[in-house]
Design a protein around this ligand. Structure first.
Ligand code: 13P
Length: 245
């Protein structure tokens, strides 16, 4: 399976910093696009401009979130229709920061998933357990429940869905999961996905990925890519991760 390396910039970068990043990134010609797909999730405000700058490249662009309604009086929200109208291909949903800081429920995430798929966006759904859940040996239960609640009944869209496994305790902490442990969870996720979607879906790992540990993750049998936060903010470290494998 072709690996997918994705950058989640979260709420980082001014407009100029975003444009400079893309221009610097485009000066590099070291990426083997036959071997991997590259995807960037800039903050909403810059999605259209980043797309324009990357128009003639194979690099894909996505939005970090979406509301489920198509349009209306929802001040501050962005709909899948709007994202699609900018020609972005992807949307990231269910990120742990959305679940925990903004209290998004599984039910809300499911509505966002359905609405985005209906608009023709590729959905990257994030799942992952919190530290207390891991310590209570609930990792597999939590992940299974998040997957089922978001995706049950969506078989028709199976080829539009990707998963990012991001253990909450590993995000932004410098404490990544061990590649072997992550791979076990990925294998479990793939079994669940075969049940509910009937498909062989790419499953990315996210949580304190850096240029030093990227290769170890990417060489695990069940890890099909990486979702990178902090280490995707600088061109050099993002490229080092991309080229680690
Ligand atoms: P870090 O790579 O900064 O740990 O963030 C991971 C993440 O949340 C990507 O979506």
């Amino acid at each position: 399976m072709k690996k997918l390396i994705a950058a989640n910039w979260k709420m980082h970068k001014t407009y100029k910093e975003a444009v400079d990043f893309i221009n610097d990134f485009l000066k590099e010609d070291s990426i083997d696009f036959e071997k991997k797909d590259i995807l960037i999730y800039p903050p909403f405000l810059y999605v259209c401009e980043v797309l324009r700058l990357l128009e003639k490249t194979p690099i894909k662009v996505g939005a970090q979130n979406a509301y489920f309604e198509k349009k209306g009086a929802f001040t501050g929200e962005i709909s899948p229709v709007m994202i699609k109208s900018c020609k972005a291909e992807y949307v990231l949903l269910g990120h742990s920061e959305r679940r925990h800081i903004f209290k998004e429920s599984d039910e809300l995430i499911r509505k966002k998933v359905i609405s985005s798929l209906e608009e023709g966006l590729r959905v990257m759904l994030c799942v992952g357990e919190a530290l207390e859940e891991r310590e209570s040996s609930l990792t597999f239960k939590v992940v299974e429940s998040q997957l089922k609640l978001a995706l049950a009944g969506l078989k028709d869209y199976a080829n539009m869905i990707e998963i990012a496994y991001e253990p909450v305790w590993a995000i932004g902490t410098g404490k990544s999961a061990s590649p072997e442990d992550a791979s076990k969870v990925h294998s479990f996720i793939k079994d669940i996905l075969k049940d509910i979607l009937g498909s062989n879906t790419r499953v990315l790992y996210g949580g304190s990925v850096n240029p030093k540990n990227a290769k170890e993750f990417l060489t695990q049998e069940h890890i099909d890519g990486l979702l990178v936060g902090g280490a995707s903010l600088e061109v050099k470290s993002f490229l080092d991760i991309i080229n680690a494998y």
